[in-house]
Design a protein around this ligand. Sequence first.
Ligand code: C2E
Ligand code: CA
Ligand code: CA
Ligand code: CA
Length: 275
Amino acid sequence: AKVNGRKQTCFYNETMSRDLARRREIEAELRSAIQKDELSIFFQPIVDLATGRIRTFEALVRWFHPEKGELRPDEFIPVAEETGLIITLGNWITAQAAKAAAQWPEEVTIAVNLSPLQIKAPGAALGIKNALREAGLHPSRLELEVTESLFVDDNCATETFMEELSDLGVKFALDDFGTGYSSLGYIQKYPFSKIKVDRSFVSGPNVGKKTDAIIHAVAELGSKLDMAIVAEGLETIEQVRTVREAGCTLGQGYYFSRAVPDYLAAMLLAQEDED
Ligand code: C2E
Ligand code: CA
Ligand code: CA
Ligand code: CA
């Protein structure tokens, strides 16, 4: 057993150090990626399921690495969080997103993802307010998406941050609902105006009667609490029909559009006005 144990330790150490090396590399490169203009923000529409019109664009960060190619946020956001770079990166993302949104019609809003670390950092609300002011974007046109992981430690900085910004008109969306520590208490305690039902309830191996019932229940909760319910990850017309019939008011997913660069987002909006 001892020998086995040693072998296993050895195996884990190898993968761990390879992982660590990759992370170190990403960390070092991420520091200069912003300056080198390798990062950009893409925009994915969130559509009104009753009218088909675009109501919001979600800002999703992309890194076009000269050698590694396109890196997904799932690969570098965690590194940015571990190293604290997420603060600089996050402020940059919010600023870029706000600038793009300032070009759109007034009724279209922009949704930005925030890591828990960004919210708990000192001066977090100021970073958001600066981005809005510099872009000339009204706070009511900004939505901040947070996940339930924000609430694992009951931090009063979170409450202060959310209250301060929602007093200005900024909206909050509870992202990936159903995947984490879903507690209805968060919905009651914090000023959310939107719930985003995770895509695992819409597509994938677990979808069936049970997930249908859950979507129905969440949609009903939303209508009673005056919250919009977004179904994420809609890829087919059948999925769109299902979530609409269940009572979801908004939808997002490849069925409508992938995340696109800012000029294409503007074109999607211009096209709508022609109809
Ligand atoms: P998320 O906030 O849940 O964003 C939705 C993800 O689902 C995006 O992946 C989007 O491209 C993908 N998606 C949208 N529609 C479909 C669909 O129909 N089918 C499938 N299979 N996927 C779909 P992406 O861009 O790779 O982002 C992954 C995650 O990285 C995001 O999940 C979010 O948690 C994080 N992230 C992205 N951008 C940022 C950012 O600017 N800041 C922070 N803190 N996190 C970000
Ligand atoms: Ca999101
Ligand atoms: Ca999500
Ligand atoms: Ca997610």
